[in-house]
Design a protein around this ligand. Structure first.
Ligand code: HEC
Length: 149
């Protein structure tokens, strides 16, 4: 009985490896990208890329284990959900109200330590924001939001 269960699990693990979700990789840095229209300070842009872009842009940098299931599904669902909420590469397609709202949420999420996701920084140690990084991003998001009209 136990061996049958193990065998079934093993077969399933192999079977799911054939599922390959489409990857979120676009080399196109389109006209809707936030920095195509607004001047994003270099340092801020670098922080966003380092800590947020894997889930909030059209280009995810995939680690090696993203080819292994079930990690790939789990990861893809984060990317899909993240992008749906906020995509820095589609930012200009949002109306003024939405832009302001999203920037306020950026400040709020960072303030509350809800973003970047803990499950992500557990592995992506370089995405962890220092206290200064957080201050810079929060101040930027709040100030930038005021200039949009
Ligand atoms: C590992 C993927 C991942 C990373 C990295 C990440 N996010 Fe998210 N983010 C998500 C997901 C998934 C959601 C939607 C579900 C949720 O709110 O938890 C989300 C939602 C959001 C929202 C909308 C929240 C709301 O109020 O609905 C904002 C704003 C946001 N993220 C900002 C950021 C910022 C800023 C960073 C970088 C400092 C970041 N995220 C990094 C996955 C990520």
């Amino acid at each position: 009985m136990f061996r049958k269960v193990l065998l079934t699990i093993a077969v399933l693990m192999v079977a799911i490896q054939f599922s390959r979700p489409a990857k979120n990789i676009s080399t196109l840095h389109g006209p809707e990208a936030i920095d195509a229209h607004y001047t994003v300070p270099k340092e801020i842009g670098a922080l966003l890329r380092r800590s947020c872009y894997d889930c909030h842009s059209n280009t995810t940098v995939y680690p090696w284990y993203s080819n292994i299931q079930p990690f790939a599904w789990w990861q893809q669902s984060h990317v899909n959900d993240g992008k749906e909420e906020l995509n820095f590469d589609e930012f200009n397609s949002y109306d003024v109200k939405k832009k302001k709202k999203k920037l306020n949420e950026v400040a709020e999420m960072i303030e509350k330590d809800e973003m970047p996701l803990n499950s992500y920084t557990l592995i992506h140690r370089t995405a962890i924001l220092s206290a200064q990084d957080k201050d810079k991003l929060i101040t930027w998001a709040k100030e930038f939001q005021k200039t949009i009209n």
